[in-house]
Design a protein. Structure first.
Length: 387
C-alpha cells in the first residue's frame, strides 16, 4: 500500500527486544519513506521519545525488564509524550491484554507476524488522525485567543462609550428639565425620544460590559442569601412592576446555593424583567427553588403566551428579540443570564410552566446544609472546591 505523500518523512519509534524483528520492520518501513528510530529497551524507548518526540510509536508488548504496558503507561503520564500515538505489536490474541492496552492509551494493535499492507494502512490512518487532532487543537487555541481578544476589545469600546453617552444624557436632561418651556410640543417630544434612546443605548453598553467582565474575571463562590438577592432585584424593578400591575409570588424559604452575589443578582434582574415585560396582562410571576442532588434549581414562572420549542432555543442567542412589538430591548438579557450561570458552574433552561405560561430556570452548585464556609474558585479554565 503506497504511503500518502504528506506522511513521508514521519518519524516512527520502533521498540522490540528481538533484533530480527527490528531489522525486518525497519527495512520495510524505511522503503515506505519513514524516518526511523530503533531500540530494544523500554527504558531507552522512553528516553528517545522524550528527546526526539516521534510521530508514532510501534511498541512490542512482551519485553524483559519493562514490558510494553509499562512503557505506554509512562509515555501517557508524561505531558511531553502523552499525545504520541502508540500501536502495540503482539503475537497474542488475548482480549484482556488488548483491553488493558487501550485503557492505557494505545490507539491500535498489530498481531505478529505482521502483515505489511495492514501495518502501513494502520500507521497511515493513525498518523493522519493524529495530524487532524493537532490541527483541531491549534485551531481551538487560536479561536480561544481570538475570542479573548474580542472580549477585551468589546469591553474597551463599551467602557469608552459610557462617558460621552453619560455626558450627552446629562445635557439633554438639563435641557428637558430647565429649558423645555421654550420648546414646542414637537421639540419636547423629540427631546424625550432622544433621552429614551440614550437610556436604551446605555443599558446595552452596561450589558456588553457585564458580558465581557464575566468572561474575563475570576471569582470566588460563596453561600448566597437568595431571598435577599431576589428581593433586591424586585426592588430594582419596582417601577416596571408597578406599571404592569404584576403579582409576584415568593417562596417561604429558599434552598442554599453557591454563587457570586453581584452576578446572581443580575440573573434575577434579567429574568424578572423579562417576565414582567412578556408575561400576561397583568403578569403573574412565581419564584421558587428546590435542591436537586448536588445542584439547586431556581425558577421564574409567568403567565405569558407559551414559547414554541424554536423560540426557546433562540432566546439565548445574542441580540434575539421575540416580542419586539411588546417591549424595547437589546436582546442581551438572557444571554447575560446564560453566560453568568455557565461561568458559575450551572445551566439555564427555558420551558413551559406548570399550568401554562413559561418557566425560565437556572441551576447553581448546592451549598452544604447549614454551611457558610463552602467556597469554589471559578477562573477561566478550572474550578476547584474548597470547604
Amino acid at each position: 500500500m503506497p504511503l500518502a505523500t504528506e506522511l513521508r518523512g514521519s518519524t516512527l519509534l520502533i521498540v522490540d527486544d528481538k533484533p530480527q524483528n527490528l531489522r525486518l520492520l525497519s527495512d520495510f518501513l524505511a522503503e515506505q519513506g519513514f524516518e526511523l528510530m530503533l531500540t530494544r529497551s523500554g527504558v531507552h524507548a522512553l528516553e528517545k521519545a522524550r528527546l526526539a518526540t516521534p510521530d508514532l510509536v510501534l511498541l512490542d508488548l512482551r519485553m524483559p525488564e519493562m514490558d510494553g504496558f509499562e512503557v505506554c503507561r509512562r509515555l501517557k503520564a508524561d505531558a511531553a509524550t502523552a499525545g504520541i500515538p502508540v500501536i502495540f505489536m503482539t503475537a497474542e490474541e488475548d482480549t484482556r491484554a488488548k483491553v488493558e492496552g487501550f485503557a492505557l492509551g494505545a490507539v491500535d494493535y498489530i498481531t505478529k507476524p505482521v502483515q505489511r499492507d495492514e501495518l502501513v494502512a494502520r500507521i497511515q490512518h493513525h498518523l493522519q488522525l493524529h495530524r487532524l487532532q493537532q490541527e483541531l487543537t491549534a485551531k481551538t487555541e487560536e479561536l480561544s485567543l481570538k475570542n479573548t481578544e474580542l472580549e477585551a476589545y468589546a469591553h474597551t469600546i463599551a467602557h469608552s462609550l459610557k462617558t460621552p453617552l453619560a455626558a450627552a444624557n446629562r445635557f439633554l436632561e438639563i435641557l428637558y428639565k430647565f429649558k423645555s418651556e421654550n420648546l414646542s410640543d414637537e421639540q419636547r417630544h423629540l427631546l424625550g425620544q432622544a433621552l429614551s434612546a440614550l437610556s436604551s443605548t446605555g443599558s446595552a453598553i452596561d450589558a456588553l460590559l457585564l458580558l465581557s467582565t464575566v468572561a474575563q474575571q475570576s471569582v470566588t463562590l460563596h453561600a448566597l442569601n437568595m431571598g435577599a438577592l431576589a428581593a433586591q432585584a424586585l426592588n430594582q424593578l419596582a417601577d416596571l412592576r408597578a406599571r404592569t400591575q404584576a403579582d409576584v409570588s415568593l417562596p417561604e424559604a429558599w434552598p442554599q446555593a453557591l454563587g457570586y452575589a453581584p452576578w446572581v443578582g443580575e440573573v434575577w434582574v434579567n429574568l424578572l424583567s423579562n417576565a414582567l415585560k412578556y408575561g400576561g396582562s397583568p403578569p403573574r410571576l412565581e419564584l421558587g427553588g428546590e435542591r436537586d442532588g448536588t445542584q439547586v434549581r431556581f425558577w421564574v414562572r409567568d403567565n405569558g403566551l407559551p414559547l414554541s420549542e424554536d423560540e426557546r432555543r433562540r432566546v439565548f442567542v445574542p441580540f434575539t428579540r421575540l416580542h419586539q412589538e411588546r417591549a424595547a430591548g437589546h436582546g442581551l438579557g438572557l444571554v447575560t443570564v446564560q453566560r453568568i450561570v455557565l461561568k458559575l458552574g450551572g445551566t439555564v433552561q427555558a420551558g413551559p410552566a406548570p399550568g401554562g405560561g413559561n418557566e425560565f430556570s437556572f441551576r447553581l452548585p448546592a451549598a452544604s446544609v447549614g454551611s457558610r464556609s463552602d467556597r469554589i474558585d471559578v477562573g477561566s479554565r478550572a474550578t476547584t472546591r474548597r470547604a
